[in-house]
Design a protein around this ligand. Structure first.
Ligand code: SAH
Length: 339
């Protein structure tokens, strides 16, 4: 078992089962995530006997960087997993820090029409360690600290719920990487039962919902998952989330030319979100050669923004990253050719 799969609680339980004090887990976490050692032998304050059974029970694995592409303020990584599957992660440099976009699955089964990842069906879930290692490898490669993390790479995080929650737990652990909850965002296309579970779990991280349309008809056309989880039920669940957590929700809304970017769409969206503790993140569509959708004109984007503003909806326009490096989900992997 790769040790990066273990939360501190799981490691504590492991040590307790070995008749040790649970504090050993904290020590191991400090070695792994603060000092970043790559072998058990380097954990010099842990006695030999413990090291020897740690070596038997665990591995300290890594992740291979296959290629990376750099553009202004953005670096896109392609990693190779142990079973030869490939995943992507994107590092974005903002004025407030370094933000990392991690993948949660190999491929994705949600099938959103505009998304490159949807064309590559889900091969498998990533395990927790494969998410942790995206962060560790990139920090090591660039010799930087990542200050913000978004689960917005390839995959649907709530279709890999347990591993994602454990991943969040690990990077959030104070004696480990200690990334603050408010600097972590998980994004979902709206899997209602998992949002309900997420409310119960009480994680303090941010929740983003990929909305992209403000009525069922259009949303069904863009996002097949919407046929299973209707907009009305989704909104009820999100209102419940806001009530229970007191947290502001982000709605992601990709602007697709002539599809969901009209004045009427903005009005309908404003009505849908009226009075909610939320804001809308308008995403200029990242065009891909395989998919026919086009990006809305700059003028249309600004008008859409203004209409939401006038209707008292909090709104931002996402800064565009990585045009040259095909930063949209799945693009690097889709275009990668084996030598
Ligand atoms: N499955 C999750 C997270 C991954 S996608 C979700 O649906 O939220 C992260 C965000 O990128 C989603 O809002 C998704 O709809 C959006 N996205 C996908 N393809 C895109 C593209 N080509 N251009 C811009 N945004 C895109």
């Amino acid at each position: 078992m790769n040790i990066y799969n273990y939360t501190i609680k799981q490691l504590e339980d492991y040590f307790i089962s070995k008749g040790e004090k649970k504090f050993k887990a904290t020590q191991v976490f400090e070695w792994l995530y603060q000092k970043r050692v790559k072998s058990f032998d380097e954990m010099t304050n842990i006695k030999k006997e413990v090291i020897s059974y740690l070596k038997e029970d665990f591995k300290i694995n890594s992740l291979e960087i296959l290629t990376k592409q750099e553009d202004v303020d953005v670096i896109k990584y392609l990693f190779k997993l142990e079973d030869n599957n490939k995943i992507e992660a994107v590092l974005m440099k903002h004025d407030y820090g370094n933000s990392l976009c991690v993948s949660s699955q190999v491929g994705c089964n949600m099938g959103c029409r505009f998304c490159e990842s949807g064309r590559l069906k889900k091969v498998r879930n990533l395990n927790t360690s494969e998410m942790v290692l995206q962060l560790l490898k990139i920090e090591e490669d660039l010799n930087i600290r990542i200050s913000h993390l978004v689960l917005m790479g390839i995959g649907e995080p709530f279709d890999n719920y347990e591993n994602v929650i454990n991943f969040i737990d690990i990077i959030n652990t104070p004696k480990g990487i200690a990334l603050g909850s408010r600097h972590i965002t998980v994004s979902t296309c709206g899997i209602i039962p998992k949002i309900k579970e997420f409310i119960k779990d009480g994680k303090q991280v941010n929740l983003a919902i990929s909305l992209h349309a403000s009525n069922d008809k259009l949303r069904n056309e863009l996002m097949p998952i919407s046929k299973v989880y209707k907009l009305d039920d989704l909104m009820k669940t999100i209102k419940e989330y806001i009530k229970q957590t007191n947290r502001r929700v982000t709605f992601e809304y990709i602007l697709l030319k002539g599809i969901n970017d009209r004045y009427e769409n903005a009005i309908e969206l404003s009505k849908l979100l009226k009075g909610m503790n939320c804001y809308v993140n308008l995403i200029p569509y990242n065009e891909t050669s395989h998919i026919e959708f086009k990006k809305s004109d700059q003028d249309t984007i600004l008008k859409f923004y203004d209409t939401l503003k006038k209707n008292n909806i909090g709104v931002t326009i996402r800064r565009e990253f990585g045009k040259k490096v095909s930063a949209a989900c799945g693009q690097l992997r889709a275009n990668y050719k084996e030598e």
